[in-house]
Design a protein around this ligand. Sequence first.
Ligand code: ADP
Ligand code: MG
Length: 247
Amino acid sequence: MSSKPIVEARGIHKHFGAVHVLKGVDLRVAERELVFIIGPSGSGKSTLLRCLNRLEAPSSGSVVVDGIDMLDPKTDINHARQRIGMVFQSFNLYPHMTALGNVTLALRKVAGKSRTEAEAIGRAALDRVGLADRAEHTPGQLSGGQQQRVAIARAIALEPRVMLFDEPTSALDPELVGSVLEVMRSLRESGMTMVVVSHEMGFARAAADRVVFMDHGQIVEQGAPAEIFEAPKEERTRAFIGQIQRH
Ligand SMILES: Nc1ncnc2c1ncn2[C@@H]1O[C@H](COP(=O)(O)OP(=O)(O)O)[C@@H](O)[C@H]1O
Ligand SMILES: [Mg+2]
């Protein structure tokens, strides 16, 4: 990895009470890189993502995103978080607001855009996820895949430097997964730096630069998708890959 990292996490430990959830994780993500994180349930993938934008405070270690020290108490965390888009398994849209209302909310309240400006940016973001004609629909009038695409539009409207995806397709009916992966693929083609926790192996093979396998709060092994999926070096990786491929 030659280009400068957008994300640089070093020595991340996280304890929840007596439970040691992250045990010294180092993760560098270069500009325009798509890093895929896989691993068993409970291995610490979500906690790691949440430590990157300080939704969780690591117990120790350092996190620098786009040159900003995310753990420095002097850092304006709300401002810093605008550079980091996050998409969750549950879409977290406001049910009483339209798609456009959901996408423009942070533009107006956090980024300080006028209504007119926010709506122009919001409509462009909805267009990028293929939902230009759904701007006035509320979440209840949209499919799960469309709702997740609204959530992606909401994140990209803030022009983040990196996007974090935590199992973005896990809550979707199988026939709706493709539309969300398609949007992620186009984001990737536009040069977005992305960290994706997902079990969508086909997508990982096609789009990921690097696959990171986590188990028990540590990175066990990482490498190109073909290496990790076809020739994993570690027994734990082999066992996990074998399991998910049987599904
Ligand atoms: N807020 C929390 N309080 C206590 N334990 C937590 C909390 N969040 C996660 N954990 C624990 O941390 C471990 C890792 O969880 P998580 O990061 O969600 O794993 P993954 O995303 O890989 O499934 C699990 O054992 C989980 O129960
Ligand atoms: Mg998780």
